[in-house]
Design a protein around this ligand. Sequence first.
Ligand code: TYM
Length: 335
Amino acid sequence: NERVFSGIQPTGDLHLGNYLGAIVNWVRMQETHDCIFCIVDLHAITMSHDPQLLAKQTRELAAALIASGLDPDRCILFHQSAVPMHAQLAWILQCVARVGWLDRMTQFKEKKGKDKEGASVGLYTYPVLQAADILGYRATHVPVGEDQKQHLELARDIAIRFNQNFGGGDGEFFPVPEPMIQGPATRVMSLRDGTAKMSKSDPSDMSRIAMTDDADTIMRKFKKAKTDPEPLPESEEGLEGRPEAANLVNIYAALAGTDRAAVLREFGGQGFGSFKPALGELAAEKLAPNSERYRDLKADKKTLDRILRDGAAKADAIAAPILEDAKRAVGFLKG
Ligand code: TYM
């Protein structure tokens, strides 16, 4: 049985990287699979945070995800802290994962900054909680962007080790989850620097397209995007060593639902003076309606809270028996 799980942090506005790297695939898969999508507020407190802002951002992210096409009648949408399994299974899995495995995680090294002593313990064990998210639903497929690849390899290692140690006869307690990293924009880069990932934490608002930006803002940001002075190449090899150009072509391909080669057949030989407005127009056409829907949804807190509460009840109904099985498997007596 196939089951899809994925998560996203409520730490800032949903941006084009999240959308093209993950959300478009979530929206597509909700038509064909059992899907569970989680706003990971437990993960969001691994870095210092403002409690009031976290509550607001959790609700706003739910609104933005629904505005982007998630349908709470077709998928389960909820916030992580509302389902007890996540924290409880994470503890068990922390005793399965090895310190050596976590020491290899590059995202911890980036996020802890210069001062390892000052990082929270939760930031270090973050990827184990992520494994619990996935395994606690016995999910088989996990649609994410490229930057989550290492965390998913860890989740696979944890599943395999748990199965070996506690899986019983057939050793198949948890399915080993498959990452799904799909589309022409699995790693969307900053509009100000083609070598840096587009991210919520970049201080420059011009570095990213927020899913809440209106059509004019989207156009202005693409027109101001950093580029080199050469025209676009005719073929994909010509994008090598041109990270900004490659990024804009990837974004165009993803939004248009084609591939890079097709975009270059259309725009190869043209300068950015004509490509950027075409990209801005395409992006505004695809994204601006979402931002209008978002503004309407965001105002209706009651409905959003009800959607999240219903989602959490459905998620809990799946996760609670799996957690019980896991507790028996490691030898805990029934409570
Ligand atoms: P987060 O909140 O950083 O990002 C959510 C999703 O967006 C993708 N993404 C990108 N894709 C392409 N280009 C970019 N510039 C870009 N930036 C972000 C991410 O790959 C991700 O798919 N740890 C996870 C959340 C998480 C999770 C999980 C994911 C918690 N538990 C279980 C999958 C399964 C995170 O911080 O994603």
